[in-house]
Design a protein around this ligand. Structure first.
Ligand SMILES: [Fe+2]
Ligand SMILES: [Fe+2]
Length: 181
């Protein structure tokens, strides 16, 4: 990131990243690393894309930073599920950080890619119903947050989760082979 961008980015995020409630996200694991790290990555990505596509930089960066601002994992509580957590995060963000309408809508629609995937592959996450219309971003900022989350999540799963599963499979395989000889 360019130096002047870095200063601008740090200025936008400083009140949120030092907040005691936001710091709780450091304890939650998300895509194999901490949720705090995930939120920072998505906000950096959104900040850069926001510059490229001339978006409202403050809103897109803050919305991205708060898009998964819920406590615990997605499996722990009903309100944190795949399709419910955007609303939970938006409510938390409203409560703790007084977000604007653009930010609120961008947080609520950040799982649009998941709703779309479910339409193509209905066997994914069968229990939850998702309407494309209800999850579609309504602003440029919303599309940027959604895209950034997708890009960062694919990178994280590949880097932190897939490699772990691959390593585990390798260990199991080695053990089976060794036990047979
Ligand atoms: Fe999310
Ligand atoms: Fe996310």
């Amino acid at each position: 990131m360019k130096k002047e961008y870095k200063l601008e980015y740090n200025e936008i995020i400083k009140d949120i990243i030092n907040n005691e409630h936001f710091l709780k996200t450091k304890k939650d694991i998300h895509h194999g690393s901490s949720k705090y790290e995930h939120l920072l990555r998505v906000s950096k990505c959104s900040f850069i894309l926001g510059k490229i596509f001339h978006a409202d930089i403050k809103s897109v960066t803050r919305a991205a930073l708060l898009h998964d601002f819920f406590f615990g994992t997605r499996k722990e509580k009903e309100e944190n599920s795949y399709l419910n957590h955007p609303l939970t995060a938006a409510n938390n963000a409203k409560f703790y950080f007084n977000i604007n309408e653009i930010e609120e809508n961008a947080i609520k629609s950040h799982m649009f890619h998941h709703a779309l995937l479910k339409k193509i592959f209905p066997f994914i996450n069968r229990k939850e119903k998702a309407k494309i219309k209800d999850n579609k971003p309504t602003s440029k900022e919303g599309w940027i947050v959604c895209l950034s989350d997708l890009l960062v999540s694919v990178m994280e799963v590949q880097r932190y989760e897939f490699s772990y599963i691959a390593n585990l499979s390798y260990l199991v395989l080695i053990n089976i082979v060794l036990m047979k000889h």
